[in-house]
Ligand binder design. Structure first.
Ligand code: MRU
Length: 353
């Protein structure tokens, strides 16, 4: 058994404000930014200061708490209008990850149950709920990690896409949580990190997290994955998820679908590590998942450097949907759900590993 791993703190509550790592500038710079209102948190989510489905859910919950605390000295009408507007603003920050809406729904349930209370009591209870969502997320990720670790063999080489690590959650991570837990359990695991164009979450964030913890990691560009699989250098693929439809179709970072097709072609297990809060039973299939389209500037260049011809047409869908039949199993906090489909998901046919 090795010591618990996780040196990365994505977001933290500081007495009366929220701090989040600025993920846009990692790893060149490590900087925490202070947030004092829901509007600031919504902008932070939209601009990708914080990203990753569970992390944006936790950030949004804190955004509601911040707004309630900010307005608690106001009259009841101003307070209620302000907090209601905060729910709306945060819900509009990003469309695809269901965890954002799940966390806001949970905050709304508390909000609605407290309408007769003083503004101070409401603000305090909302903060407690945000803190509960934060700490539960870490526990859930540790449980996902423990179940997933049992699927991995000593010496496995795991390909991952985007960043489903500590930076994408309150801590430990989902896909990277499985890897961390396997390493903690004494297994020798190495990681192949897809660069993940256009926002480079793999190159900038996943590689950084693994380097921080001395977990062997090899960075590749996205178009090298097929070569690596064909060369026999990948034992399993593990990714996170932004939303899982009732039939098991999975929305995740653009490029995930491509990997799942390749994994099938090469008979490599394709695992999706996600909390049960990522399941969206209101959506029958992945076709109904709203896919965020981001600015073309992310594709034509990076920061100040633009490499594509000015005026070129650009598409920038931030996510794609992997059909359930390409997924070997979902790794959840309750256990592993093999060959996901509508029936198996409905009955939560989850086994230990
Ligand atoms: O656009 P991002 O960086 O928010 O996309 C993140 C992903 O696609 C992750 O794989 C997903 O949110 C799971 S994070 C545990």
């Amino acid at each position: 058994m090795n010591a618990p791993l996780q040196k990365v703190e994505t977001l933290r509550w500081r007495n009366d404000y929220l701090e989040m790592v600025d993920q846009r500038i990692l790893p060149a710079e490590f900087k925490m930014i202070r947030f004092d209102s829901a509007a600031e948190v919504a902008a932070g989510i939209r601009d990708m200061v914080v990203r990753g489905a569970p992390a944006i859910g936790v950030a949004a919950a804190y955004g509601i708490a911040l707004e309630a605390r900010r307005l608690q000295a106001e009259n009841e009408q101003t307070f209620k209008y302000g907090v209601e507007s905060a729910f709306k603003q945060l819900a509009e920050s990003r469309p695809t990850a269901v965890n954002l809406f799940w966390a806001l729904d949970r905050m709304k349930t508390v909000w609605r149950s407290l309408q007769q209370e003083s503004t101070q009591t409401i603000a305090q209870r909302l903060l407690e709920e945000a803190e509960a969502i934060f700490s539960e997320d870490i526990q859930i990720n540790r449980a996902i990690g423990a179940h997933g670790a049992e699927l991995l063999k000593n010496g496995d080489r795991i390909l991952t896409h985007c960043n489903a690590g500590a930076l994408a959650t309150a801590g430990h991570g989902t896909a990277l949580g499985v890897i961390r837990s396997a390493v903690e359990a004494g297994k020798k695991i190495s990681v192949i990190a897809d660069e993940t164009r256009p926002f480079l979450q793999g190159a900038r964030l996943t590689a950084w997290e693994m380097v921080q913890e001395n977990i062997p990691v090899t960075l590749i560009t996205d178009n090298m994955a097929g070569f690596m699989m064909k060369s026999g250098e990948v034992d399993a693929v593990i990714v996170g998820a932004d939303r899982v439809a009732a039939n098991g179709d999975v929305a995740n970072k653009i490029g995930t679908y491509m990997l799942a097709v390749l994994a099938k072609q090469h008979a490599i297990p394709f695992y999706v590590a996600c909390p049960l809060s990522t399941l969206d039973f209101s959506i029958a299939t992945g076709d109904a998942i709203l896919i965020e389209e981001r600015s073309g500037h992310e594709v034509t260049g990076f920061r100040d450097c633009q490499w594509a011809a000015a005026g070129v047409n650009v598409r920038n869908p931030a996510f794609d949907v992997t059909p359930a039949e390409l997924i070997t199993a979902l790794i959840t906090e309750k256990g592993v759900l093999h060959s996901p489909n509508t029936e198996r998901l409905q009955h939560k046919l989850i086994c230990k590993a």
